[in-house]
Write a protein that binds this ligand. Structure first.
Ligand SMILES: Nc1nc2c(ncn2[C@@H]2O[C@H](COP(=O)(O)OP(=O)(O)OP(=O)(O)O)[C@@H](O)[C@H]2O)c(=O)[nH]1
Ligand SMILES: [Mg+2]
Length: 499
């Protein structure tokens, strides 16, 4: 609540691009370029000093070293810092606004944010050393306890920057992992997150230990006070910790593999039943869960927070014509999702790779929806789902700029604009789904005796009934069904064609 020169002058709302972050923060946020005479124009200040929503008490009981280390990441009062290497100022600001939203989602209070223009991040301290000093001032001014960098930093960079700013420094990857850890619900989801955390942490173990002991007044923990150069008890302790983590990771990988088998079996069951599957994919906060709710009436958690959904939810749904399909909600994607995280989350995304149809949801009210589309497609490619047909669903049409909507619909062939909130466009979307779902392969006519009503029901549920007529001799059915059901109907079939 201190500084002054960079406070928003008149509470003026800033760029469109911050609307989302604003919404998340429930307070006005101003990013005013170059208002601070002390700084060099290259730097953009995020003048936001208001007290913000805070989520506290999220941590759980600790069980081992891994959790101890990770608990240290629990964010409280943070200052954001980004290095703007390419693209426009707007891109850089969008990225930092997203980082702010992520930090908020993790339960932190965002106090300030700065961007430095550089060709590339400083190999030692991420931002330049002069700027690191300024960052130290901001940290003091705001009484922040953590600096969050908008990128993935090397263990060395984290340590060196911590040396200068003298508070915890974490990067975007750690932040995303932290959010994942808070939100994962299923056993498999939790295990995957834990594995990714350990993987991230392994090379950084010494760094964390060191900086933390330094924070505690040097050697406070007694475990790593010896410093990098000395081989002492601390060194041994870290080696032990590393080994234990590696062992735990191996065990975890086996467990995840087992859980995967269980899910695989379920999926095969669905396949055998020939129920077509639709996966809802898209950038985080695009409205995927809202759309699932709108399409099926399912009560899935919807939250104006990033990564509200971290476990795949599968629901049954029906086309207007009465054909059954499954609809799966998925984990949201985010730019710069660290590669090993993509790996860890591959299994939740396999739902996407395996689907008959992808509903690719994009937030039409976001400042850069095209970028989100591209980022998600990159991950879809990553999980090898490029062959799956896709319907681009431009959501939040109620809140979007009509010009942006028109632009998106022009650029994306076969896209549909909807609002999960108001229901606009949902009818059109349902028809598109019906159209794009794979058709069962066999078209037939059959006279099914009334004693075999079960077959008629199955034709409705698993296939597509074209016409149905009740006659003296039974139900005269014209339908498209899968081969297995066609075989069961065999005795009653009067005409058949394979399509
Ligand atoms: N204005 C408007 N807001 C919407 C619409 N659909 C969803 N939202 C809001 O967008 C936010 C995110 O919605 P979710 O459905 O949780 O989004 P998601 O894609 O599932 O997000 P994650 O699971 O976090 O990746 C919530 O605040 C919703 O109320 C819409 O059509 N219009
Ligand atoms: Mg969701």
């Amino acid at each position: 609540m201190t500084s002054s020169s960079s406070l928003p002058q008149n509470g003026q709302r800033t760029a469109e691009s911050y609307r989302r972050a604003d919404a998340l923060m429930e307070e006005d946020v101003a990013w005013t370029p170059g208002t601070d005479g002390e700084r060099d124009g290259d730097q953009y200040d995020r003048a936001e000093r208001a007290a913000l929503r805070r989520v506290a008490g999220l941590s759980t009981e600790l069980q081992d070293i891994t959790e101890v280390e990770y608990r240290q990441l629990r964010l409280e009062r943070v200052v954001l810092v980004g290095v703007w290497t390419s693209g426009t100022a707007q891109d850089a600001e969008n990225s930092l606004a997203e980082l702010a939203a992520l930090a908020e989602t993790a339960g932190a209070v965002v106090l300030d944010g700065v961007i430095q223009r550089r060709d590339k991040p400083d190999p030692a301290t991420y931002i330049g050393s002069g700027k690191a000093q300024e960052l130290r001032d901001i940290v003091l001014e705001t009484a922040a306890d953590t600096v969050v960098c908008d990128g993935e930093l090397s263990p060395g960079q984290l340590i060196h920057l911590e040396d200068v700013v003298k508070v915890k420094v974490v990067d975007r990857t750690a932040l995303i992992l932290d959010i994942f850890a808070q939100h994962a619900k299923s056993r498999e989801g939790k295990a995957q997150v834990a594995l990714a955390q350990m993987q991230y942490m392994l090379p950084r173990l010494r760094g964390w230990g060191q900086s933390l002991s330094r924070q505690m007044g040097g050697g406070g923990s007694g475990s790593s006070g010896g410093g990098m150069a000395t081989r002492g008890p601390g060194e041994t302790k870290i080696e032990t910790d590393r080994r234990r983590i590696r062992e735990k990771m191996a065990k975890m990988r086996r467990e995840i593999a087992d859980m995967k088998t269980g899910r695989e079996i379920k999926r095969q069951e669905r396949r055998r039943n020939k129920v077509p599957s639709v996966a809802i994919a898209g950038y985080t906060n695009a409205g995927k869960s809202s759309l699932l709710n709108r399409l099926t009436g399912a009560g899935v958690l919807v939250e104006n927070a990033l990564f509200a959904t971290l476990d795949p939810t599968v629901r049954r749904a029906e086309t207007p014509g009465g054909r059954a399909y499954t609809l799966a909600d998925t984990v949201g994607f985010v730019r710069h999702l660290p590669h090993h995280l993509v790996e860890a989350f591959r299994s939740t995304m396999e739902e996407v790779g395996d689907a008959d149809l992808i509903l690719h949801v994009v937030d039409g009210s976001h400042p850069a929806p095209e970028e989100q589309l591209a980022a998600v497609r990159e991950v879809i490619r990553d999980v090898g789902a490029t062959d799956v047909p896709e319907i681009v669903v431009v959501n939040k049409a109620d809140a979007a700029d009509p010009l942006v909507l028109a632009r998106l619909l022009r650029a994306e062939k076969g896209a549909v604009a909807v609002s999960a909130r108001t229901g606009r466009g949902i009818g059109e979307l349902l028809e598109l789904i019906d159209e794009k779902l794979p058709r069962p392969g066999v078209e037939l006519a059959a006279l099914v005796p009334y004693t075999r009503g079960d077959l008629v029901s199955r034709a409705h549920a698993e296939g597509e009934v074209l016409s149905e007529e009740h006659t003296g001799g039974g139900t005269l059915l014209k339908a498209r069904v899968h081969a297995e059901l066609a075989a069961e109907l065999g005795a009653y079939v009067t005409a058949q064609a394979r399509g």
